[in-house]
Write a protein that binds this ligand. Sequence first.
Ligand SMILES: [Zn+2]
Ligand SMILES: [Zn+2]
Length: 281
Amino acid sequence: MPLKLYSCANCGHWQRYFAPPPDCPVCTDTRNDLPEDGWRFLTAEAVRPMLQGHWRQLGRDMVAFSTTPPHGLNGTGWLLLHPEGNVAFEAAPFYTDDMLAEIERLGGIRFLAASHVHGYGALWQLQDVFRPEVLAIQKEDLWLTKAFRVTRPYDEALELRPGLTLHQVGGHYEGQAVLHDAGRRILFCGDAFKVDQDAAGNSLAVSTHKAFHKNIPLTPGEVRRYRAVIADLDFDTVCTPFEHAPGIGRDIALAVLDDQLRGPPEVRHIPLSELRRSPAP
Ligand SMILES: [Zn+2]
Ligand SMILES: [Zn+2]
């Protein structure tokens, strides 16, 4: 029997399996909720007619790919255009034929990577279709990548090209990595930060967690590690797998972490107005 791809109806995570898988490693993990009514796994043939593909140009030669209605965690796939080969970071839950045609029109994908499993989406599809030269995932998270083939596992950091570097930050997931794009001044921060936004996409508050649904805070050591990596990076925008947040720069990110280090560990959604008042580190 050929292996098939199955997407967890609860979180969207894709697995390559010989039958509907017995469970989903993302949902059984404490960092996500279990489905309340049992497992349901959908093949790619079942997912395809459920979703509509969208993309929007965000400036700085960047395109965001997404689908509606929401499927699973419902992340966004970021495509960074570059004359010497595009970079895709994180992935949409699924890529419809018109999304794939648009990526092809924009020059395909040379480098493919994701911050951690909540951003993987349908990474397998991008690898199958565009055959990128590099698929990079930090080595601690390799056990979650059976739907695709990691060609470039890495240790603490990996420079994809000058000015574009993956840095392991751990914390939320052991292998969580951020992608720093020095030219665009963007930090693709995975779930190191969560940005609360209104319906129009205006950022209202920022928080950081070990586990979002269960509201579990990071340990002080994990926060210090985030801080040690981020303090050296220049950026004025963050992109999580779910939010594009212009204006959330290094000072605001460090203020969130410093707030964690000052108090007892707890999850706090800190209003931006408060973070902007924080003294610069
Ligand atoms: Zn799941
Ligand atoms: Zn996450």
